[in-house]
Design a protein around this ligand. Structure first.
Ligand code: NAD
Length: 356
């Protein structure tokens, strides 16, 4: 039986994860989904209990599980801690410790939410793009890093953008293989006019492309990509990015879909084990108020069933149920528009579980 480690985390994390667990429970009850769940602490919750954002024991549990379902980490309570002890370090530790180098972030605009997007309907309707982001390398992990004091007494911050050819190759393969199952186009994002590392990125991606003659490769500078995402986002099928560019562009893409509360994500290793989490953070401004949209987390659970647990039929049931509930006009505050029924986090979870 598949085993999932559930890490609710901080802020709205426990609220939204509870709704995803509710939906998985309903699948078990109605369709015999066979799953064992265990729960652990990560982020600020782990700092409060154990003094560190991720314990060795929790990492070992995550490595042993078939998949991890995570809420979000962080919040103002822990903002004063040194960078190395912050809640986000727990997340980075899981990504590194499970070797989750491939982050898949779909940005799909549900037709029912066209009017919740910040862009005009004719620009976004039908949007279905996938951002494939490298997750364990680049400037977020590069050494050396830190803040040093110069001879003149001034402090200087420094980070290192570093990618080896093998790191670029393996994420490029993920993007090309994903594109083969979709629109057969990959747009690789770089800043090759300024940064040597991303010039190498462009060269290696071009080399890998030769193995995928059925996929069309294009290249785009990251600043233009940021502009094109709001100008003509439907031109993209799969966007292939490094760690930092993908972090920023995927949040931008999320706005096209109406709300960051709709965006699921999967982070996979070479064995297709993965960690599944919404693309948003812990939203401390709305935590504990029943205002959070649980759909991104529920759709992340669907991705988990599809990519790591070999149960695409159950994934499709969840996605279908989300569509039905949106059709029925139920909306959390972040996607609410005139004429729809405003519901709380748990009411949204109940409705999706009932619609399965
Ligand atoms: P955020 O994504 O938490 O929130 C940005 C805005 O979107 C807020 O107004 C929030 O209320 C709203 N929002 C987010 N998720 C929502 C949902 N499901 N439903 C409705 N509205 C939602 O980003 P932030 O405010 O920059 O960061 C808050 C904390 O989260 C920080 O501590 C940050 O470090 C952390 N963070 C964690 C992750 C993660 O765990 N993967 C990612 C990003 C930020």
């Amino acid at each position: 039986m598949a085993h999932v480690l559930v890490l609710p985390g901080d802020g709205i994390g426990p609220e939204i994860v509870a709704e995803a667990v509710k939906v998985l429970g309903a699948l078990t009850k109605k369709y015999g989904l066979s799953l064992t769940l265990s729960e652990g602490l990560v982020g600020g919750a782990s700092i409060d209990a154990h003094g560190v954002p991720l314990t060795e024991a929790t990492l070992a549990q995550a490595q042993a599980a078939d998949a991890v379902l995570l809420g979000a980490v962080g919040g103002p309570k822990w903002d004063g801690l040194p960078m190395s002890d912050r809640p986000e370090k727990g997340l980075l530790g899981l990504r590194k410790g499970m070797n989750l180098f491939a982050n898949l972030r779909p940005a799909i605009l549900y037709p029912q939410l066209t009017h919740a997007s910040s862009l005009k309907p004719e620009i976004v309707s039908g949007l279905d793009l996938l951002i494939v982001r490298e997750l364990t390398g680049g400037i977020y992990f590069g050494q050396p890093r830190g803040v040093r004091t110069l001879d003149n007494g001034e402090r200087q911050g420094y980070n290192t953008l570093v990618y080896s050819e093998s790191e670029i190759e393996r994420i490029a393969h993920v993007a090309f293989q994903a594109a083969q199952k979709r629109g057969k186009q990959v747009c690789s994002i770089d800043k090759s006019n300024v940064l040597e590392t991303t010039a190498l990125w462009k060269e290696v991606v071009t080399r890998v492309a030769a193995q995928y003659p059925d996929v069309t490769l294009s290249h785009m500078l990251v600043d233009n990509a940021a502009m094109q995402l709001v100008k003509a986002p439907k031109q993209f099928d799969v966007m292939l990015t490094d760690n930092m560019f993908g972090d920023i562009l995927s949040d931008e893409a999320s706005m096209l879909t109406g709300s960051i509360g709709m965006l699921a994500s999967a982070s996979l290793n070479e064995q297709s084990k993965g960690m599944y989490e919404p693309s948003h953070g812990s939203a401390p401004d709305i935590a504990g108020k029943g205002l959070a949209n649980p759909i991104a987390t529920i759709l992340s659970a669907a991705m988990m069933l599809r990519y790591s647990l070999g149960a695409p039929e159950h994934a499709a049931r969840i996605e279908g149920a989300v569509g039905k509930v949106l059709d029925a006009g139920l909306r959390t505050g972040d996607i609410w528009t005139e004429g729809c029924q405003k519901v709380s986090t748990s009411q949204m979870g109940d409705a999706i579980a009932d619609a399965l």
